[in-house]
Design a protein around this ligand. Structure first.
Ligand SMILES: [Mg+2]
Length: 274
């Protein structure tokens, strides 16, 4: 069972995290609404000289995330935002720099891939099929992906959440697109760039210039945020303002170090910003 937020850091954790990794959706905001207290806590983290990065599986560009945060009164630098397309592009540039890709994804992802890779819709020339959040998914795209994967294309994804929580709704997410491709090809997705992948943790720690144990990861999703923290050795705090609920903790195989009602309670964990 996770410890209560009222308990201070144990001796194995640092009193003052030297880097903060923050999830966005469900942690800082929910849809278009800021989580009460988020702006003030981020401000206090900055005043307390806690370097921070935002790590999100959402595929919107860094600029789009910056604009959204600015609209909520939170000013951030571009290097403070890590999205799943950035992680995927970095990995793909290393593994297959001249890859021709077929992307089942929304326009923001296509736009981020475009400067780096050629696109193809010909299964004979596609090197990598990229599955992602795709709100115009249809049989034509599924067929292209199917034939490309049958012919041996690599199978990557930005993220793998089955659903995406909206303000008042829940919609199918990248996990559903991965599932459709897996079902007809007998292939399994080979690389998921976003949380809980070690690649995103690595980039976040690198940006912060800190070791895992010196940081604190705050997020609302047990299977992405908290799982990534646990695998990477980063202390974690689950906030209950998003996807994972207190009841989910009981049956979850992944346990956070701390459970907070919301980001507004973070000062209770970190002495020098309280
Ligand atoms: Mg989230």
């Amino acid at each position: 069972m996770a410890r209560s937020a009222s308990i201070r850091w144990s001796s194995t954790l640092v009193d003052r995290p030297r880097g903060i990794i923050l999830d966005l959706d469900g942690t800082v905001y929910r849809g278009a609404q800021i989580i009460p207290g988020a702006r003030e806590v981020i401000e206090r983290m900055r005043q307390g000289a806690h370097p921070l990065v935002f790590a999100t599986n959402a595929i919107e560009s860094v600029e789009e995330h910056m604009d959204k945060l600015a609209g909520l009164g939170i000013a951030v630098r571009p290097d403070e935002i890590i999205n799943s397309p950035f992680v995927l592009i970095q990995r793909l540039q290393r593994a297959l720099p001249r890859a021709r890709v077929f992307c089942l994804g929304d326009p923001p992802l296509i736009e981020q891939l475009a400067p780096h890779f050629q696109f193809s819709e010909d299964p004979n020339t596609i090197d990598v099929v990229i599955a992602s959040t795709d709100r115009t998914f249809d049989f034509r795209k599924l067929s292209i992906g199917f034939h490309a994967l049958r012919k041996g294309a690599r199978f990557w994804a930005t993220n793998a959440e089955p659903t995406w929580q909206q303000e008042d709704d829940e919609i199918p997410d990248a996990g559903a697109i991965i599932g459709a491709l897996e079902a007809c090809t007998e292939r399994k997705v080979e690389l998921v760039a976003g949380k809980p992948s070690p690649f995103m943790a690595e980039i976040a720690l690198d940006r912060l210039g800190r070791s895992a144990r010196e940081c604190l990861l705050i997020g609302d999703n047990l299977t992405t945020d908290i799982a990534m923290g646990q695998r990477a050795g980063i202390p974690t705090a689950l906030v209950l303002t998003g996807l994972s609920k207190r009841a989910d903790l009981e049956r979850a195989s992944v346990k956070p170090d701390y459970v907070l009602e919301s980001i507004a309670e973070v000062p209770r964990l970190i002495a020098d910003i309280g």
